[in-house]
Ligand binder design. Structure first.
Ligand code: ADP
Ligand code: MG
Length: 699
């Protein structure tokens, strides 16, 4: 029998109810899962602090003191046990709102305990609410050394699954299973990289013998995690590029050249470099899967158009897909201008294209007379077929689902088109390596000359009258203003109310006539949305009140002010995207961040970074540090390929780079992991833990 595969509910003290919670809250079902559930930090329980020193830093502390008095105080939900503890240096109150009877009885005056918790200031003094309580020499509490702290939730704590209990469960599980645990990395790697064995790592990640052992254990587990992930991604990339042959497009022909020669500006260095990278892909004989990252306004469209012309010069068709109708129309208008000097026929296909025109387009796509088609999701409908689609460009990738993108593959009779995905969401390097390890990534890291930074400032809500005045001045100069409200999924109803209230306020402050205010949000019908958006884009409204629906690429060069309400509730990258909506014209542009009166210090710091920096990558890195990858705009939807259990993309970027290098080296020598010495690795990959949900398809 295998202990590793047995369910946690059979452990003493767990039972079906707690087991259900452990699975629901933490995804832990078997003992194997449990062993791979690691502490996220450690406390040195050997250190006892003096009460007199409490609160100088607000971290967790441990004090050892004697109970002086205890009392049951308060009413209703404020009912609590208050215990005064003295350690010789001073006194501190310990407060318990739960398990009143139990705590009251346990904490007898005269007895000494060790209290562990986070001191908080209350009425000018420090107290601790719900500290962990241990008898001074209580066994199993690891007072002697480093104790792991496990992620937990309110529900788990309420069900009595405390940190202490988690330690106990780990201890039992290790006792039962450790001998069964099999090594996952081949011997030669362990030796070469001086990594410890898996059983050693598991024991010491939960119960570190000392800080040295903890360091070894953590290095091994982090490396393993990132390494197997990279190995899986790189192997897939290798298989992909072998399997999917790509059209070869060697020619730089007359269409490319006539467009290029009549460009009103010269390409930036970054644009030139990216076009070279793409050209190389088009020559390689393998299908291109490239992600093009570039800040808002960095000139991705031109790169897309020139790439399409390369395909067209080689006898293929190309398409550019945009996430919204407005955006598709805008692209079409711009691109038509670029194509004017060429002989390429360009068409627009969206949901509102009339049936007759649709039929014409369908025919022209089939007979090949349309070279480049711009459109929305309408492009991936089954009725749309190409004669020979050679290149598909997808703008603003995170608005498209993965399966929608993969539909592009079936547009041709033979062979998948090259795919270029463009995104304005700057993805930090480490993250790109992990999320898009199987894609090639190009970056436009240079802005076209002459773009002015958007002046960004931060204000509290009570300054709105002043901000309104500023808006009036800008409108008087003939400029337009965006006002954006947050719309967060979990809070949808309340957010919608806020938006509507905000709209009313603004309509009052900016009455018609002379002012015209438009409103756009996700709950409107597509037609309404389009109507108001087009009205604003055409200059028929002075102010556009909206949620983040405007975030994606719409170009209103005449808009010079972006006001963002409750700015603290947006991600930094999202704020940066929004800010990119203004400053496209020749005039000075402004971004006004409005925050709530009550706002945490960290939130203010983040917003201040926005005022300081115009660099999307710097902002994204900072966002990653502050909020973690899960929240990063644009990756939340595409999702991390797997959830990382121990490694951090921010802190362990060095381990990641090493892991990637080692994985690359192994695959270079043994691409299919067929060699005897790599069998262990193949076996690990086959478990499928490191497979990205859907990825062979492009995204
Ligand atoms: P994005 O990367 O956000 O899609 P666009 O492609 O819309 O950016 O380009 C933003 C603006 O910059 C457009 O008006 C475009 O004409 C202009 N532009 C693009 N490349 C250059 C360049 N090399 N020099 C000057 N202006 C450029
Ligand atoms: Mg764009």
């Amino acid at each position: 029998m295998s202990y590793l595969e047995s369910e946690i509910k059979f452990l003493k003290g767990v039972g079906p109810k707690r087991a259900e919670l452990l699975e629901k809250e933490l995804g832990l079902k078997t003992l194997d899962d449990l062993l791979h559930f690691y502490p996220f930090r450690y406390i040195d329980r050997s250190r006892i602090q003096r009460i007199a020193d409490a609160g100088q830093n607000l971290a967790f502390i441990q004090v050892k003191g004697t109970v002086v008095s205890r009392a049951l105080v308060g009413e209703g939900s404020g009912k609590r046990v208050s215990v005064i503890v003295d350690d010789g240096s001073g006194q501190m109150e310990m407060v318990f709102f739960k398990a009143l009877k139990w705590n009251y009885e346990k904490l007898e005056p005269g007895k000494t305990f060790v209290f562990f918790g986070k001191p908080a200031e209350f009425n000018g003094k420090f107290n601790m609410v719900h500290p962990e309580v241990d008898a001074p020499m209580e066994a199993g509490s690891n007072q002697g050394g480093l104790t792991g702290v496990y992620p937990s939730t309110e529900k788990l704590k309420n069900a009595g699954i405390t940190g202490k209990m988690m330690c106990k469960l780990q201890d039992v599980a290790l006792g039962l299973c450790l001998e069964e645990v099999e090594e996952t990395l081949p011997d030669y790697l362990l030796k070469e990289l001086a990594l410890c064995s898996l059983p050693y790592a598991l024991r010491n990640i939960h119960f570190p013998k000392d800080s040295y052992a903890l360091e070894k254990a953590s290095r091994r587990l982090k490396f393993e995690e990132l390494f197997l992930l990279q190995l899986s991604l790189l192997k897939q990339k290798f298989v992909n590029s072998r399997q999917s042959k790509g059209f070869i497009m060697p020619k730089v022909g007359s269409e490319f050249n006539s467009c290029f020669k009549s460009l009103p500006y010269s390409l930036t260095g970054a644009q030139q470099r990216v076009i070279k990278e793409i050209r190389k892909d088009l020559l390689s004989g393998r299908q291109m899967n490239r992600l093009l990252q570039g800040d808002v306004g960095s000139g991705k469209t031109m790169v897309a158009v020139l790439s399409c012309l390369l395909a067209i010069d080689n006898g293929f068709q190309a398409c550019i897909m945009a996430p919204t109708e407005v955006l598709a129309k805008q692209h079409f208008a711009n691109i038509s201008k670029y194509l004017a000097p060429t002989g390429v026929r360009c068409a627009l296909l969206t949901g509102s294209t009339k049936a007759r025109e649709r039929k014409e387009i369908a025919e022209a796509l089939l007979d090949g007379s349309i070279g480049l088609i711009v459109g929305t999701h309408a492009l991936i409908e089954d009725s749309v077929q190409f004669r020979n689609l050679g290149l598909a460009v997808i703008d603003e990738q995170h608005r498209f689902g993965v399966d929608q993108r993969s539909k592009l593959w079936s547009k041709n009779g033979d062979g998948a088109p090259h795919v270029l995905v463009m995104t304005a969401t700057p993805i930090p390097r480490t993250l790109a390596m992990t999320v898009y390890g199987d894609l090639d990534v190009s970056v436009i890291d240079e802005m076209p000359p002459g773009r002015k930074p958007v002046r960004t400032s931060l204000h509290t809500e009570n300054k709105l009258p002043v901000i309104y005045n500023f808006m009036r001045k800008e409108i008087a100069k003939g400029r337009q203003v965006f006002v954006v409200y947050p719309m967060i999924f979990e809070n949808e109803k309340l957010d919608l109310q806020n938006l509507e209230k905000g709209y009313e306020d603004i309509c009052q402050a900016f009455p018609f006539p002379p002012y015209k205010v438009a409103i756009v949000h996700g709950k409107q019908s597509a037609e309404d949305k389009d109507f108001y958006m087009s009205a604003f884009a055409a200059g028929r409204a002075n102010i556009l009140v909206s949620t983040t629906v405007i975030e994606v690429g719409v170009d209103v060069p005449n808009a010079s002010v972006m006001v963002i309400m409750s700015a603290e509730r947006f991600g930094l990258s999202q704020l940066h995207q929004l800010r990119g909506r203004v400053g496209r014209g020749s005039d000075e542009a402004h971004c006004v961040l409005v925050r709530g009166q009550k706002c945490s210090k960290e939130a203010i710091q983040r917003l201040e970074l926005m005022c300081r920096s115009q660099d999307g990558f710097e902002i994204a890195e900072e966002d990653l540090k502050l909020r973690g990858p899960g929240d990063l705009e644009g990756t939340a939807q595409s999702g991390l390929p797997i959830e990382l259990k121990i490694a951090s993309l921010v802190k362990d970027s060095q381990v990641l780079a090493e892991a990637r290098a080692v994985a690359g080296r192994i695959l270079e020598e043994d691409p299919l992991l067929a060699q005897e010495k790599n069998q262990l690795l193949l076996k690990e990959l086959r478990k499928g833990k490191y497979n990205r949900k859907d990825y062979s398809k492009i995204s």
